[in-house]
Each structure stands twice: as structure tokens, then as C-alpha cells.
Design a protein around this ligand. Structure first.
Ligand code: NAP
Length: 293
């Protein structure tokens, strides 16, 4: 199966590499073209533009940072729209909002192409291990045709119906995750500020109903104020912003998500946007020597 792949960031690189390792013929493109070299050495072909990738491949997958990136690879000169046509499928796995995927669906369909949105749950390590959870919506036949690729990149795919449902499901999931990360950060800081051992807090959490891989994996590093990037904080803030906009549309009040969004915004302002989203811990961390003791 010949597959195009647009966007070789943290996620796209790992996902496309898994496709290559599983025997797919992969043609890659990245805005910063030099990032294609590593994959080319491992067997990928390189397209000079998104349009060149679409021209070559029946299926093209995209994994880009945000709505503006997702739209730019479609509409810009050398973009997907120049080559998408009947018989071709476009699968956008980026985390964006439903209005972005609806617009992409509209223009791809107008050219006779087929569209599927397929954002993923799971971070750098699940992407490397082919253990993502794929939240697909849109063209059902395209979904069925691309399942062999989803099976390589993910451990489970959901087909959620019409375009927009995948994007919205992903935003709900990440809104919960961002709120949890803030509550966890506050808990770590509160434990420390109360004279408790933070590692003991992790042990207590791990044994109870709140046990989860996110606390277990990120907690020890957070205690050390270390935030190696798996999911960039700037992308988590983008997801909170888009989820809050979804809440506006649905008249759903989300005070906890709104507060979490403010903390991520503050962290971005502190220069932590390219750190892991767990760096929001720095926003609530009691500055050393300032605990009032
Ligand atoms: N990391 C995670 O844990 C995770 C988990 C689930 C979902 N996601 C979502 O997956 C997507 C990718 O995340 P990531 O962590 O891989 O991000 P990343 O490492 O920041 O990579 C972003 C990618 O988007 C490209 N890009 C940015 N702006 C562009 C533009 N205007 N035109 C064309 N390409 C552009 C970048 O190209 P350059 O190399 O040229 O900058 C890069 O290839 C995001 O929507 C994110 O929310 C991430």
C-alpha cells in the first residue's frame, strides 16, 4: 500500500516510521524539508510539496500542529487541493476543531476526493509503539480502506460517523486530560507545601481508583521539575482553547477547563510552550524558599 505522510513532528515521525517498518511504501513531506532526511534513509520517498505527495499516493495522511497548519497544507501553493481528485483519499490525523475538518472535507469533496478526520489519543511513546487510539469520522469506505495503516499506528480505531465527531471527541478527551494535569500539579505542590513526601503521594494515588499511566509516568519527573517533551504544552493549550470554543457552541459551562486553560496560557507566557504539557506544574509550583515556613 502506497501512503503519503505530511508532517514529521514528534507524532508524524513515529507514525510514518511504523508504516515504513511494516512494509508500506511511504512518501513523506515536512514544511522543514530537512526533517525528511532521516526517514529517507530508512526507506521513505520524499515529496517536494504536499501536492507532489498527493499526486503520487492514493492515500495521504497528515499530522500537523494546529488548524492553521492543517488548512495551509490544503490551500497554499503546492498544497493538497492542487492534486486531490476522484480515487484519492485524504486523512487528517491532526488535533483540530470540527470547523477546520468540515472546511477540509468540503474542498476535498468538491474536487472528487474523499476525506476522513482521524485524530489520535496517545502520546510520543504510544505513537512509537503503534499503540495510539484513533478517533475517525467521515468517509466510511475510506475508513475501511485505510484500516491496515491504522492497525499499524494504533491499538484501536473508532469510527464515529460524520465529520466533526472525531475532532470533537478528541477535544473532549484532551480537555479532561488538561484539567487532570492541572489538578495533579496542584496536588503535588500542596503535598510539598504541607510537608508531605511527593513520592508517597504518587504511591498512594497509584494504589487507588485514581491510578492512571499519566500520573505514574510523568509524576516522578515533575517532582524533579523535569518536563521532557512528549506532548508540547503549546499544543495542549491549543486543545483547551478549541475545547472551550466547543463548550461555547454547545452552551456547556466548563469552569474547571477554563481555569486549566489560564494556567497553560500562563505557562506559555513563561516560555514553557515547547516543554511537555506537564510543565504547567511550574505555574503552581511554590517558588523555592517562598513556602512561608
Ligand atoms: N505529541 C503528542 O503527544 C500528541 C498526542 C496526540 C495528538 N497530538 C496532536 O498531533 C499533532 C502533531 O503533534 P506533534 O506533537 O507531532 O507536534 P510537533 O512536534 O510540534 O509537530 C508539528 C508538525 O506540524 C508542522 N507544521 C506546523 N505548522 C505548519 C504549517 N504552517 N504548515 C505546514 N506544516 C506545519 C511542523 O513542521 P515543521 O517541522 O516545519 O515545524 C511539524 O511537522 C498536533 O495537532 C497535536 O495536538 C500530539
Amino acid at each position: 500500500m502506497e501512503v503519503g505522510f505530511l508532517g514529521l513532528g514528534i507524532m508524524g515521525k513515529a507514525m510514518s516510521l511504523n508504516l515504513i517498518k511494516s512494509g508500506f511504501k511511504v512518501t513523506v513531506w515536512n514544511r522543514t524539508l530537512s526533517k525528511c532526511e532521516e526517514l529517507a534513509k530508512l526507506g521513505a520517498s520524499v515529496g517536494e510539496t504536499p501536492a507532489a505527495v498527493v499526486e503520487k499516493c492514493k492515500y495521504t495522511i497528515a499530522m500537523l500542529s494546529d488548524p492553521s497548519a492543517a488548512l495551509s497544507v490544503i490551500f497554499d501553493k503546492g498544497g493538497v487541493l492542487e492534486q486531490i481528485c476522484p480515487g484519492k483519499g485524504y486523512i487528517d490525523m491532526s488535533t483540530v476543531d470540527a470547523s477546520t475538518t468540515s472546511k477540509i472535507n468540503e474542498v476535498v469533496s468538491a474536487k472528487g476526493g474523499r476525506f476522513l478526520e482521524a485524530p489520535v489519543s496517545g502520546s510520543k511513546k504510544p505513537a512509537e509503539d503503534g499503540q495510539l487510539i484513533i478517533l475517525a469520522a467521515g468517509d466510511k469506505e475510506l475508513y475501511e480502506e485505510i484500516i491496515p495503516a491504522f492497525d499499524v499506528m494504533g491499538k484501536k480505531s473508532f469510527y464515529l460517523g460524520q465529520v466533526g465527531n472525531g475532532a470533537n471527541m478528541k477535544l473532549v478527551v484532551n480537555m479532561i486530560m488538561g484539567s487532570m494535569m492541572n489538578a495533579f500539579s496542584e496536588g503535588l505542590v500542596l503535598a510539598d507545601g504541607s510537608g508531605l513526601n511527593q513520592n508517597t503521594l504518587l504511591d498512594v494515588l497509584a494504589l487507588g481508583g485514581m491510578a492512571n499511566p499519566m500520573f505514574a509516568q510523568k509524576g516522578p519527573a515533575m517532582i524533579q521539575r523535569s518536563y521532557p517533551t512528549a506532548f508540547p504544552l503549546k499544543h495542549q493549550q491549543k486543545d483547551m482553547r478549541l475545547a472551550i470554543a466547543l463548550g461555547d457552541q454547545a452552551n456547556v459551562s466548563m469552569p474547571i477547563a477554563a481555569a486549566a486553560n489560564e494556567a497553560f496560557k500562563k505557562a506559555k507566557g513563561m516560555g514553557l510552550g515547547d516543554h511537555d504539557f506537564s510543565a504547567v506544574h511550574e505555574v503552581v509550583k511554590i517558588p523555592e524558599n517562598a513556602s512561608g515556613k
